[in-house]
Design a protein around this ligand. Structure first.
Ligand code: ATP
Length: 780
């Protein structure tokens, strides 16, 4: 059989032959796309084909077009580049080439095409589909096929997926591969920083992006670089002085390193190229800064390697969506591209996205930079502003608010550490300083705050910017975090301290405890008027279980760690082959980490607290695994994985399940448990967590700032005075804590009532070939 057990749900008359192809520059995640498309197509009862070498394979045909079976794509999620090859194909620019391509498709009976590539590849695809009827006519006229033979192929179905490291396609927040490339860049910059600091040097780091500054911008935000150059937004004509004055200021306050990130396509306002050498000369100029300056060109390492968890998730979900789009298309459906906005996978008209993308390049050519920035998504401009704000702290005096509007804002971390907490504090502090507010650090959560009198007088201190500026890429929590709730510390003490320190607002960063803390503070307002100050929470926890948001800082870092760990464990079984690992993940009573981790590593099964574990389910999985190993002809050189959340069951833990599997396999396979534990908190936070930390933290302070000082009466009645910031669907929103408490929180289970990712478990099961598990009637 093609699948371990047939899971097909489609009626066979709708059977399609769907081909998948990767084209243009390779990007991490392309293999995940191919795996998802091939398996989803087979699952839906269709035939899956791969076109090797991009359009070249379509034009040349023959064995470059191959039928794929279920096991052909095993283990592909963790492979870098594209295993089916890619190429730039001149022939496809010509009609003759496209005619040959059409003929090859018909010869193989292929009636739908999924293409993963950049804007060039998608333009080619659109052209192909537009021309399709005339290509068929020509094939009929040439006598290649009869009209009757061509009849089933009248409508060509094409769906695009955006695979590119540049994140240069309009209409989608992220292209498949861009976060992996960003991770490589940030990793490199983090390494360079250590040596830069040691020698007090300056480094000019060139990154990819001919027409798109996304990588340079986000790397600048994530690493807290001193200056960046991107094609879409050249600085004013005085960019030389501007850069030098910012760097000079940083050096004056005591910074020992200087990092300037420059996109390949960086320009000045006249459209002249700004090169790394020019920047280096400026920084090194003996009559100016005179810094010992080096250039590092990162080049192709940016493309390399295995995809980060986010790209694997994106590749998998979009691949599945592409197959669905193919099957749902009618002759009237416009060609679509699969996009993502914030957390939502959506279909968009392909040509709109391509045309908007081309407009950016044209706008840059015309030096219409306003338009170029306008065509990028909202996050891009926001991040650009965030970057300039955090790098030009105390340089740009125009941002300062009038004296009477300046606030004293307390910063506090609550709960367990999560990647991005420090980046959020840093950005919040930077924003405060730029506006003239007074940011104050409350050390070690509410516990530290409450106990500051006796033995800890330094529990509340103003921030030192030089120190905080170095926190952009630091893991853990520099101001310390603690799980204690204000109710436990003593609400009266907390209320008195807030009064004593004259805080005008409170900015909390943390997980479910932090949410619980805000909720307690809100409820205690009637009793303690000093609590009538605006408060906002930025969710940060690896478990991603804070209600009011679909994403918490730190959850991306955690998934990367988990995926990396699982890849290694899986590979360790390559000698024995027949081994199943049962991996216990963190996540409290939320199955988010286990499910998304399962999606990223291609798990055979995922056990979550939402669903629970039963003996029956385990028995079904033993049968499934036996079946899988029985059909494994030795193609697979690695083990299988089952991910189980730490609280999925009170009885069946990772060890017990591993023991049961081993016993029940009757020698067909081996089984071991693995517990990555606190490793999942991660070392250095992922670039996504760092960048989102910056964006969301600044939004939080802006939100608090709207209230101003002495607003007791307003705070009492305005539900927006106590909020959680979150990403919900396609937008960033503040939700009143009261509403979240009452409508969105599953208190006993410490998680949100609804979770957008629950459906993803089904995708893990489908792509892992796991038979659908039905509860036995007696349990219903
Ligand atoms: P990247 O973002 O990595 O540059 P891309 O998909 O934009 O990826 P291109 O080299 O522009 O990369 O395009 C890949 C292939 O797509 C081309 O080699 C060509 O075969 C095909 N193609 C691109 N543009 C067209 C077009 N206008 N008409 C027909 N085919 C095209």
């Amino acid at each position: 059989p093609e699948t371990p057990e047939s899971t097909s749900t489609t009626n066979m008359s709708a059977k399609k032959k769907i081909a998948i192809m990767t084209s243009g520059g390779d990007s991490p995640g392309m293999n995940g796309v191919v795996r998802a498309c091939v398996r989803m197509a087979i699952h839906m009862g269709c035939d899956a084909y791969c076109i090797y070498e991009g359009y070249e394979g379509l034009v040349r045909g023959g064995d470059l077009i191959r039928k794929m079976n279920w096991y052909d794509v095993r283990g592909w999620l963790s492979e870098g580049g594209t295993l089916i090859g890619t190429a730039r194909c001149m022939a496809f620019f010509e009609r003759a080439g496209r005619l040959a391509a059409a003929k090859n498709m018909i010869l193989h009976g292929i009636d739908a095409l999924i293409i993963c590539g950049g804007d060039g590849s998608l333009t080619g695809a659109d052209r192909f589909r537009a021309e399709w009827p005339s290509l068929l006519d020509e094939l009929a006229a040439n006598g290649e096929f009869t009209t009757q033979e061509l009849q089933p192929f009248r409508h060509l179905n094409i769906v695009g997926l955006v695979g590119s490291i540049d994140n240069d396609l309009s209409g989608t927040d992220a292209t498949i591969g861009c976060y992996s490339a960003l991770a490589r860049i940030c990793y490199a910059v983090d390494l360079i920083e250590a040596t830069a600091s040691s020698h007090s040097r300056a480094f000019v780091v060139e990154v990819m992006g001919r027409h798109c500054g996304w990588l340079a911008l986000m790397a600048g935000v994530a690493t807290g670089a001193d200056f960046i150059f991107i094609p879409e937004k050249p600085r004013e004509d005085n960019w030389r002085e501007e850069m030098c004055s910012i760097v000079e200021h940083h050096r004056k306050i005591g910074k020992r390193k200087t990092i300037v990130i420059i996109a390949e396509g960086a320009l000045d306002r006249e459209g002249n190229k700004i090169t790394p050498a020019m920047v280096k000369d400026l920084l090194a100029d003996k009559d100016g800064l005179g810094l010992d300056t080096r250039i590092t060109t990162l080049g192709h390492v940016q493309r390399g390697g295995t995809a980060v968890a986010y790209d694997r998730m994106l590749a998998t979900l979009q691949g599945v969506e592409a197959v669905k789009a193919v099957l749902e298309a009618t002759p009237e459906t416009k060609t679509c591209v699969i996009a993502i906005t914030e957390n939502k996978i959506v279909r968009k008209p392909l040509m709109d996205a391509v045309q908007d993308t081309k407009k950016v390049a044209k706008a840059i050519e015309r030096q219409d930079f306003e338009e170029a920035m306008g065509l990028r998504d909202a996050e891009f401009s926001e991040q650009y502003k965030s970057f300039m704000m955090t790098t030009a702290v105390q340089v740009d005096k125009e941002l300062l608010l009038p004296e009477k509007e300046r606030m004293r804002i307390g910063f506090i971390n609550v709960g367990a550490p999560a990647g991005g907490m420090n980046a959020a504090v840093r950005a919040g502090v930077a924003y405060c300083l730029s506006r003239g507010h007074e940011p104050m650090a409350i050390y070690n959560g509410f516990a530290g705050f409450a106990r500051h009198h006796a033995d800890n007088p330094g529990a509340v201190r103003p921030f030192n910017w030089l120190e905080v500026d170095g926190w952009a890429s630091k893991g853990g929590s520099e101001i310390g975090t603690n799980r204690e709730l204000p109710g436990e510390s003593g609400m009266e003490t907390i209320a008195n301290l807030i009064e004593q320190y004259k805080f005008d607002a409170l900015f909390l960063i943390g997980g479910f405890e932090a949410f619980h803390a805000v909720s307690q503070l809100r409820k205690a307002r009637d009793q303690y008027p000093s609590l009538c100050i605006p408060m906002t929470l930025l969710p940060a926890t690896i478990s991603n279980n804070v209600p009011g948001t679909e994403y918490s800082l730190g959850s991306d870092t955690c998934l990367n760690e988990l995926v990396e760990y699982c890849d290694k464990i899986k590979q360790s079984a390559s000698a024995t082959r027949r081994r199943v690992f049962v991996i216990e993940t963190q996540g409290g009573r939320s199955g988010y980490v286990a499910t998304l981790g399962g999606l990223g590593v291609g798990a055979s099964a995922v056990y979550t607290p939402e669903e629970g574990v039963s003996l029956d389910m385990l028995a079904a999985d033993v049968r499934h695994l036996k079946n899988v190993f029985a059909h494994d002809q030795g193609q697979s050189r690695a083990g299988r994985l089952i991910l189980i959340n730490e609280k999925a069951s009170k009885v069946y833990n990772a060890k017990l399940i591993a023991d049961i599997l081993r016993e029940e396999s009757h020698g067909r396979f081996e089984s071991r448990e693995g517990i990555p534990g606190h490793m999942q908190q991660g070392g250095v936070p992922s670039p996504m967590d760092r960048c989102r930390a910056v964006r969301l933290a600044i939004r939080c302070i802006q939100h608090l700032e709207q209230f101003g000082r002495n607003v007791h009466n307003r705070v009492k009645v305005d539900p927006m005075s106590t909020t959680v910031i979150g990403i919900k669907g396609a937008s960033v929103v503040f939700t009143p804590v009261k509403q979240v408490e009452e409508e969105e929180t599953d208190w006993p289970n410490r998680r949100p009532k609804a979770a957008y990712w629950l459906g993803m478990k089904e995708i893990v099961d489908i792509l892992g070939g796991r038979p659908k598990y039905e509860l036995p009637e007696s349990d219903l």
